[in-house]
Design a protein around this ligand. Structure first.
Ligand code: NAD
Length: 373
């Protein structure tokens, strides 16, 4: 029998949608698709567009949740108290940073998957929601930050003289950081960047930015390409080294993260106090504590000299573009899941992302994390 997919409307300021009408059109051979009323509205996809693509629009959320075999919710929690049907719930719930997000999904009829736990392998690349969100956030953080400055990005000569280019400092040169660097460079800013992973030096330089070299960072090959926590001495050394650049910067974009751990504090209060009047910090690591000592998550905080923007979900401000990327990620994952007999053979992608099976936590990374609480 054909499976039924349900797409939920997000909440709490999340504007993206898990599948676009383009994805729905491609799925209709394989399954029936139900879309909650206005699920794609904030991302620029109307109910009519989903209906044209073959979906049924449902206004009763309880009915949609109950009827779905596969329920897609990017980050919204779901009331499953009346659920009577076996189902798979797929989303991007950030379980490692907030275990409480599992609780509403602990139903014996539910298997929960989170794509935030996807292995960063070539095979899984087309399902990588973290890369999609990070790329959009990195790009948009630069535009958002520049909009708050009183200066323009490029050098410009005009009748009134020559304006010097803005100075941008990017901390953390992973997916978001590299996209921020590329965007700031394209706009003509002078860009400096730092990351603890050695390989990022060539990536930063290939975008035309200058890499700040600070020796002594710890790396661990077993971390799957991610950075690991640094000791206090090294962090102090980093703060001292980048203070020269933060003092001069008009805009700082911070993106440094360590999965499942608080974000490293790279910018002290003293460094902020020493910054130029009118400068801006956009902290994309705000949801895990922030890279700046003054950051408050989901808040814009005007200090005497500096505006601090603590926002890890800037991608919501470009919800159409982000949803096109996320939609393709979820679409690929759903197709992959449907092609497998999930519980029988070991599968790196499904085993890595499955958080609960029959309502019980089965994910090794999540169990290890719970045990450290
Ligand atoms: P992330 O969001 O976990 O972290 C962002 C950046 O912060 C990283 O570059 C990290 O090195 C850096 N960072 C952490 N601590 C720091 C500190 N103390 N000081 C300065 N910088 C610090 O990382 P991400 O952007 O998701 O990417 C992590 C890795 O995964 C990269 O190697 C990336 O190339 C890789 N990746 C692989 C795939 C794939 O193969 N499918 C997809 C995406 C990313």
């Amino acid at each position: 029998m054909m499976k039924t997919i349900g797409i939920l409307k997000e909440s709490n300021g999340v504007s993206v949608v898990t599948l676009t009408p383009f994805n729905v059109e491609k799925l209709k051979e394989l399954c029936t698709v139900m879309v909650e009323t206005e699920a794609g509205h904030q991302a620029g996809f109307s109910d009519e567009a989903y209906a044209m693509a073959g979906a049924t629009i449902i206004s009763d959320r309880e009915q949609l949740v109950n009827d779905a075999d596969i329920l897609l919710t990017h980050s919204a929690t779901v009331d499953l108290s009346g659920n009577k049907k076996r189902k798979v719930v797929i989303g991007s719930h950030n379980i490692l940073d907030d275990y409480s997000r599992i609780l509403s999904f602990q139903d014996p009829l539910v298997d929960l998957y989170s794509l935030t736990l996807l292995p960063r392998t070539t095979k899984a690349q087309s399902m990588d929601v973290l890369s999609s969100m990070a790329a959009m956030s990195g790009y948009q953080a630069v535009l958002y930050g520049l909009n708050k400055l009183g200066t323009i990005a490029p050098m410009m000569s005009s009748a009134g003289g020559t304006l010097q280019p803005a100075k941008v400092l990017v901390l953390g040169a992973g997916v978001a950081g590299l996209q921020a660097i590329a965007t700031a460079k394209r706009l003509g800013a002078i860009v400096h960047a730092f990351d603890v992973r050695k390989q990022t030096k060539s990536e930063v330089e290939s975008l035309g930015a200058s890499f700040i070299e600070i020796v002594g960072a710890k790396e661990d090959e077993a971390s799957g390409g991610y950075a690991i926590e640094q000791d206090e001495d090294f962090t102090t050394k980093v703060q001292e080294s980048i203070a020269t650049f933060s003092k001069e910067a008009n805009l700082i974009i911070t993106t440094a993260r360590i999965p499942g751990k608080p974000a490293p504090k790279l910018i002290t209060k003293k460094m902020v106090d020493d910054m130029q009047l009118g400068s801006v910090i956009v902290d994309l690591a705000a949801d895990t504590g922030g890279n700046c000592a003054y950051t408050e998550n989901q808040k814009e905080h005007q200090l005497e000299n500096v505006l601090i923007i603590g926002n890890s979900s800037v991608f919501n401000t470009v919800a159409t573009s982000t949803s096109i990327l996320l939609g393709n990620n979820y679409f690929t994952f759903v197709k992959y899941l449907m092609s497998k007999n999930q519980m029988e053979t070991p599968d790196e992608i499904l085993d890595g992302t499955r958080i609960t099976a029959n309502g019980k936590v089965v994910n090794e990374r999540v169990i290890a994390e719970i045990n450290t609480y």
